[in-house]
Design a protein around this ligand. Structure first.
Ligand code: SF4
Length: 359
C-alpha cells in the first residue's frame, strides 16, 4: 500500500491514517472546548460547516502554519454536523466535502496517491467499465436520461464508461461514501459541550433555507401537503408519517412552531398542549421532510399532478411551482401595466382630438 504523507491527509482526511495522527497528537474530542486551542479548532470546524451551508465556495486550506488543522477541523466538523441531527446541514456538509475531495483528486499529480484514494472508494481510475452493482449505486442520483441503466452498454455484468463518465461517477461515489458515515453517534456529554457551536450551525441552516425559499406561498404547496393541511383542518387524525411530513415541510419552508400549530388549531378537536408537544418534538429531532418515494410508501403521496412528474421531493415541487407562479404573476402584471398604458395613451389622444379647433 502506498505511503500516505501528511500533505495527502490534509486533502483526504477521511483516510484511516488521518485518525491515527489525531490519536498520536493526543487530541481527543471530549473536553476540547475547555482549552484555548480546542476552542479555536471548534471555531474553525464550525466555519468549515458554514462554508458548506452557504454552498458558495470550497473551504480553503489552512495557512496559519498549523500543519494538522485541516485534519482536526474535518473530524470536528463531522462531529458538529452529527450533533445538529439536521439532515439539511449534514447533506450540505457532505456535498461540500465531496466537492473538495474531488477537486484535489482531479488535480492530483501523484498517481500512487490517486490510486490509493480511489481504492478507498472501490474504484480504479483506469477502468473502462464498472460492475452493474457499482454503476447502479454511483449513478443513482444522476437524473439525466443517458445515465439510466437501460440506456447503457452492458456486457457480462459490466457497464462500459468513458474516462469522463468515470470521473462523474467517482464524484457521486465520494459523496455517497462520505454521507454513509454520517451522522456519528455522539455521546450526550459531547453534544451538550458543543451546543454553542451546534446552535449557530442550525440557525445558519435555517437562515439559508429561508433565503432559498423566500416568502411562504400557500398556492405553491404540493398536492400531498395540501391534502394533509385539509385533513388537519378537518380534524382527521393524521398518521405519524403524515404529521411528520407536514410539520417538517412547513418548517423547512420557513414557518415557525406557532405558525405550524396555527394550522392544527383549525381542527375542531384541537388540543394545544398535545399539538405543541408533537410539533416541538418533530422540530427538535428531525428537519428534512421525506422524499416522494418515501411519501408514496407511507401512503401520503396523493392527488399527483403534472408538476409531480418532474420532481422527486415535495420541496422541489414547491420550489418549482413557486418559480412558475412568480413568473406567471410578473407576466400578468406586465400585461396589465401595458394595457393601462395603452388605455392612458388612447384617452390622452382622444382628449387631444377634442381640444383641436374645428375647421
Ligand atoms: S409526487 Fe411528491 S410532491 Fe407530488 S403529491 Fe406525491 S409526494 Fe407530494
Amino acid at each position: 500500500m502506498a505511503a500516505v504523507e501528511l500533505r495527502d491527509l490534509l486533502h483526504y482526511p477521511f483516510l484511516p491514517e488521518a485518525q491515527k495522527i489525531l490519536a498520536s497528537r493526543g487530541i481527543s474530542v471530549a473536553g476540547l472546548s475547555k482549552t484555548g486551542s480546542g476552542k479555536n479548532y471548534l471555531d474553525k470546524a464550525a466555519d468549515r460547516v458554514v462554508f458548506a451551508i452557504d454552498g458558495k465556495e470550497t473551504y480553503p486550506s489552512d495557512t496559519s502554519g498549523d500543519n494538522i488543522s485541516d485534519i482536526v477541523t474535518y473530524v470536528l466538523a463531522r462531529v458538529l454536523v452529527s450533533c445538529t441531527k439536521d439532515k439539511r446541514t449534514i447533506e450540505r456538509f457532505v456535498k461540500a466535502e465531496a466537492k473538495r475531495v474531488f477537486g484535489y483528486l482531479k488535480q492530483e499529480q501523484n498517481q500512487t496517491i490517486k490510486a490509493r484514494v480511489c481504492s478507498e472508494f472501490g474504484i480504479s481510475l483506469e477502468a473502462e467499465r464498472v460492475t452493474v452493482l457499482q454503476y447502479v449505486e454511483m449513478a443513482a442520483n444522476i437524473r439525466e436520461e443517458k445515465w439510466r441503466l437501460i440506456n447503457r452498454e452492458v456486457e457480462k455484468g459490466y457497464v462500459t464508461v468513458s474516462s469522463d463518465e468515470l470521473e462523474i461517477l467517482l464524484s457521486e461515489k465520494i459523496r455517497s461514501y462520505l454521507g454513509s458515515t454520517l451522522p456519528l453517534a455522539v455521546p450526550g456529554a459531547v453534544e451538550r459541550e458543543f451546543a454553542p457551536w451546534t446552535d449557530k450551525l442550525l440557525a445558519k441552516t435555517q437562515e439559508r433555507t429561508l433565503a432559498e425559499f423566500g416568502a411562504i406561498d400557500e398556492s405553491a404547496y404540493p398536492p400531498c401537503i395540501q391534502a394533509l393541511i385539509q385533513g388537519a383542518a378537518a380534524g382527521v387524525n393524521l398518521t405519524h408519517s403524515g404529521r411528520f411530513s407536514l410539520v417538517s415541510f412547513l418548517h423547512v419552508i420557513g414557518m415557525n412552531a406557532e405558525q405550524i400549530e396555527g394550522i392544527f388549531a383549525r381542527s375542531p378537536d384541537y388540543n394545544p398542549d398535545m399539538t405543541m408537544y408533537q410539533v416541538d418534538h418533530i422540530l427538535t429531532n428531525e428537519y428534512t421532510p421525506p422524499s416522494c418515494v418515501t411519501m408514496l410508501t407511507h401512503g401520503v403521496c396523493v392527488s399527483k399532478d403534472a408538476t409531480c412528474e418532474k420532481v422527486s421531493h415535495p420541496l422541489n415541487y414547491y420550489r418549482e411551482k413557486k418559480r412558475y407562479l412568480e413568473r406567471k404573476r410578473r407576466l400578468e402584471e406586465n400585461k396589465a401595466k401595458k394595457a393601462a398604458e395603452t388605455a392612458e395613451a388612447k384617452a390622452a389622444s382622444g382628449a387631444e382630438k377634442k381640444d383641436e379647433p374645428s375647421a
